[in-house]
Write a protein that binds this ligand. Sequence first.
Ligand SMILES: [Ca+2]
Length: 475
Amino acid sequence: MLRRTLLTTTATMVLLGALAAPVLAQTTLRLVSKDLLTTNPDDVKEIDAIEAALKAAGTDVDIQIIDMPGAGYADALGVMLLSGDIPDIMYFQGGDQKMAEQGILEELNPWIEKSEYIKDALWPHNVDRLSNYPYLLYVYPPRAPQPVIRQDWLDKLGMEPPTTVEEYEALFQAIHDADLDGDGTPGNTLGLSGYGNTNELDSIFNQAFGVTGTWMKDGSGSWVNSRVTDAEKSKLAFYTNLASKGLFDKEYVTNTYDVKEDKFYTGKAGVIFGSSPEVIDIYSGKMRQAHPGEDITLTLLPVPSGPGGKGLAAVDVSKESRGWAISSISEHKDEAFKVLDFMASKQGQDIDRMGFEGEQYTKDASGAVTFTDQISTWYARFFNAANWTPPTPLLSPTAQAALDTVKADFTPDNAFVWPADYAADVDATEQVYRAWVAKFITGQADLAQWDEFVAEYNAAGGARMAEYAATVLDQ
Ligand SMILES: [Ca+2]
């Protein structure tokens, strides 16, 4: 009885509501992203806030999150898309090229041109990547690993941050020779550690040794991969020399990123690279945790000059390797793009970058923002707009300095997207290169064997790749 009454009342209210207000058409948008889940309250709260802000601005959307496993995300997304289930808004982390070839990804440049916010929020490399590949949008600064050191160690050594490659070696040598970790044994601290490969080092040393981009002209004016140039050889001679003197970590190949970090926090390495300003701040926090009671700050080391020049490594602008896409067959492309455009606005960035008042930050009577401890686990789900500034600094001065370097020092690379039938060559040459670099640095091979490496590289596909590159680069 009671139930029936309730139902009737509800039905009546719905009817009255429908009569009282004009019918607002709500659009359902389906969105899929990596690690954005209906089971994560912060994710749901952010999506709710986006819906509310868009509704206030006249766009009524119901954004439905599609849950996807974080592990194997690219594969899981690919399976769903190939089954014909294509969400309106999709985040890709691999696998997008095949979908673009299928014609299911919308060309974004016309949308961006008429956007209200995104066009002003792009980083320079975003513009270049979109012009080469218009299907993915990833509004974040380029990754440019930069080195940091404990300021108290620099002080103990009485040294200034190095500005040349020679001064870098001198700093690494001084770290090595001193007993900065205070275990009573000089000579057991590395100047520099790394992990996996030498990409991080290349970030500041490529240009210093004249490795200006992926493709360079040789003495005869032919395009060659920079991997097999004299500039690369002189850079590797620098790395090899550091390793042979105990200044660079010969275990870098087997180090994982946390092993690298651990050597830094425990004083077994004086300098490591942070992959982004945010990561540099994480290093600062972990360093302080490892040394409670000490007031340790990290200092950013500059991009050095060398015999070949100076600058951050050239940035690959062939395409975004990850990012947001819109379905070209969506019936709601306008609304889907409005969501992305909103995320580049000040209001959207305030939500995406700072979280929520009373949780990640507080506001006083004057409106001044103070971040709480919860900000340390908050992260942007969508964008890091180039034109957004937080009301209170989000980054430490050291991390901000790293971001300023990235902003001031952008060089586009001349790498391009390989056709599918070069995939095996690209993989094989990369393996040959990595293996030889490791052999040179650990001393298993001598740089006198350089020609042997070049021959193996070219045989593994390097020669065929260079022939193709010439047809692209000479256009
Ligand atoms: Ca020591």
